[in-house]
Design a protein. Sequence first.
Length: 94
Amino acid sequence: MAGNGQAAFSVASRAAGLLPGLQGADFQIGCVVEDLEAASRLWGAMLGIGPWIAMDDYTGYKIHWNGSDLDIGMAVAFSYFGDVQVELIAPKPG
C-alpha cells in the first residue's frame, strides 16, 4: 500500500505544479458502483446531487495489466456537489 500512496502523492504533486490553483483543493471524487442508475438516484436523494450527465457506453479506455493490453468498457455519470465534480463509474463485463 505504501507504494500506491507514494505514487498517488507523486502524481498529485506534479499536477499541483502544473495547476497551482488546485493544490490542496478537492476538485473531483470518483466512485466505482455496480448500478449507475441506482447510484445516481441514491446520491441525489441523500446528498441532493444532480442533474447527472450520463454516458452508457464509454469505451476506448485502455490499460496494461499482467502483460496484456485490455479495453475497458464502462458507463459513467457526472454531476457536481458544490465546486466538486462527482463521477460515478460502472464497469461493464467483458
